[in-house]
Design a protein around this ligand. Structure first.
Ligand SMILES: [Zn+2]
Length: 536
């Protein structure tokens, strides 16, 4: 009986610190749109870390009750710091001490001071608990009970979310319209005489990459020189191009499915948040079509969950990189407050990795369709004009437009830092194109496109407070191996990009759609306001 009790005690001192430290991670998963495959590795990592912590404490403190209590206090100090900050800023708002949460949560100094107070508080509490054996035992007992209840909640929460996702995906299937543009599964009869000679296709989305009007009107950039440099390399720049939609999650599903949303999904799409991106992006018409013509799909991590997890043949990824869920999870901890550059570095490495790897894709199979969603020149601003590391003086986030300003950024800061970043990206793109053209034996098709423009004067929450020209004007450049651009025109928009390419290279006969523009706000991304006339 003694032995059994011992085993139980040994398990429980590991179990409850692990459960307590998993609560923020599981609630973050619960409240976000990320699929479970982006989250569960972090849970295992946390469990292992806390396991090692308990083991280490246990090796020099023999009282098992104390071990559990100390490990729990450490895990709460670390994993609940974000909740604590949030609580303090909510109380300060209620008491009218501050007007914006960002003053506490997105400043540099206040979180540091609060972390020191938080740390001292938990050291103090732990000392009181472990000094008295009876309090330690009581604490150990209550923590065990509470964590068992939490475990039941977490397990059922995860189960409900998985069930909800599977029901949602069935519902989605019923409201996504099967676009009749072309049959992606049709055989390769159209594919030309010799499949071996099909060109590689690079579809490179530089998030928030504005067009020449925007960049010369509002930003201090070398845009005209950049366009000249592109043209020198035989690239066609559609200088009057505007995005069809105002946000990534409306724009990319449209361009990758070659259609407008009213042709992609029924009206019910308005009510279901961001989830429609999953089927339309992860298994888009363009990918399916090319796949059936013998292409392998190559992708990169973007750091934005809707454009990760594409059905892909090869994901070219840095050895270590954090995904969006892991970045958000770290924001619960003191790490990004103590090391403000940590998450910015992670993002910078991801961008640099994609830019470098694109020069010569490490993959033998050919032909390939390369899709890269590179979150730059969109915030966060992480490069100066020469490509040196910089970042704004506030904790990491990739918010744009009015959300950028809500966290303490200004229009002037946005315009200055965006200008530097985009000037650097110009030189990187030119270098990348030169090496790409050198590296590939047969000349590829290259598309360099913004999914929408920048957002220094844009609001994603109010339609009326907007500079629509800034938001819709986009970079849209094409390299075709034969340099014959007769099928393109200056105002071509992304919805027509692959219509032109499939007509030209796969002998399809797809009609080009009128180039239209639709705005929507971030909380209702699929309730569209047509702004085509306003942009003329
Ligand atoms: Zn975007």
């Amino acid at each position: 009986m003694m032995k059994l009790k011992n085993i139980f005690e040994n398990i429980i001192i590991y179990l409850y610190p692990i459960i307590l430290s998993l609560v923020p991670a599981v609630t973050l998963y619960w409240g976000s749109g990320v699929p479970i495959r982006q989250a569960y590795l972090s849970w295992i990592t946390i469990a292992v870390m806390i396991g090692v912590l308990v083991f280490s404490i246990n090796s020099f403190i023999k009282d098992k009750h104390k071990v559990g209590v100390i490990a729990s206090a450490i895990s709460i100090t670390f994993f609940y710091f974000g909740n604590f900050l949030h609580l303090i800023s909510s109380i300060s708002m209620k008491l009218n001490i501050i007007q914006e949460k960002s003053i506490i949560e997105y400043s540099v100094l206040i979180p540091m001071i609060l972390f020191i107070c938080w740390l001292i508080f938990w050291i103090f509490i732990t000392r009181i608990i472990i000094r008295s054996d009876s309090i330690t035992q009581k604490c150990d007992y209550y923590l065990s009970v509470v964590s068992m209840i939490l475990l039941v909640f977490m397990a059922s929460g995860i189960g409900m979310k998985i069930d909800f996702s599977s029901k949602n995906s069935k519902y989605l299937e019923s409201i996504i319209l099967n676009s009749s543009v072309l049959d992606p599964s049709a055989d390769t009869a159209h594919a030309g005489d010799d499949d071996q000679n099909l060109p590689d296709i690079y579809y490179l989305i530089f998030d928030g990459f504005g067009g020449s009007d925007t960049l010369s009107d509002y930003y201090d950039t070398d845009i005209l020189n950049f366009i000249q440099q592109l043209e020198k390399r035989g690239i066609y720049v559609a200088t009057e191009s505007k995005s069809n939609y105002s946000m990534t999650i409306s724009s990319l599903p449209s361009s990758l499915n070659m259609n407008y949303w009213d042709e992609l999904a029924k009206d019910e799409i308005k009510d279901i948040g961001w989830v429609p991106v999953i089927p339309l992006l992860h298994d888009s018409l363009v990918s399916k079509y090319l796949h059936n013509r013998g292409y392998d799909l190559v992708t990169f991590p973007s750091g934005f969950w809707p454009t990760e997890n594409f059905r892909t043949d090869k994901k070219v990824s840095p050895l270590i990189t954090l995904n969006e869920y892991q970045e958000n999870l770290l924001l619960y901890t003191p790490v990004p407050r103590i090391f403000p550059g940590f998450l910015y570095n992670n993002h910078r490495n991801r961008v640099n990795f994609a830019l470098d790897s694109l020069k010569d894709i490490p993959y033998e199979e050919r032909p390939i369709f390369v899709f890269a969603h590179i979150i730059t020149p969109h915030p966060p601003f992480i490069f100066d004009e020469e490509g040196n590391s910089v970042h704004p003086q506030r904790p990491y986030n990739h918010f744009d437009a009015d959300d950028y300003r809500k966290l303490g950024g200004t229009t002037a800061e946005y315009q200055e830092m965006y200008s530097d970043q985009v000037n650097y990206i110009f030189s990187e793109i030119l270098e990348m194109i030169d090496e790409m053209l050198l590296a590939s034996e047969s000349q590829p098709i290259i598309i360099i496109q913004g999914d929408h423009g920048p957002g220094s004067m844009v609001s994603q929450s109010l339609f009326d407070e907007n500079n629509l020209d800034e938001r819709f004007s986009i970079m849209n450049a094409y390299y075709f191996p034969d340099h014959d651009y007769s099928s393109l025109y200056p105002s071509i928009s992304p919805v027509n990009t692959f219509r032109v390419i499939f007509n030209k290279y796969f002998e399809e006969d797809l009609p080009l759609l009128p180039d239209m523009n639709y705005f929507s706000i971030i909380h209702h991304p699929y309730e569209f306001i047509e702004v085509t006339e306003m942009l003329k």
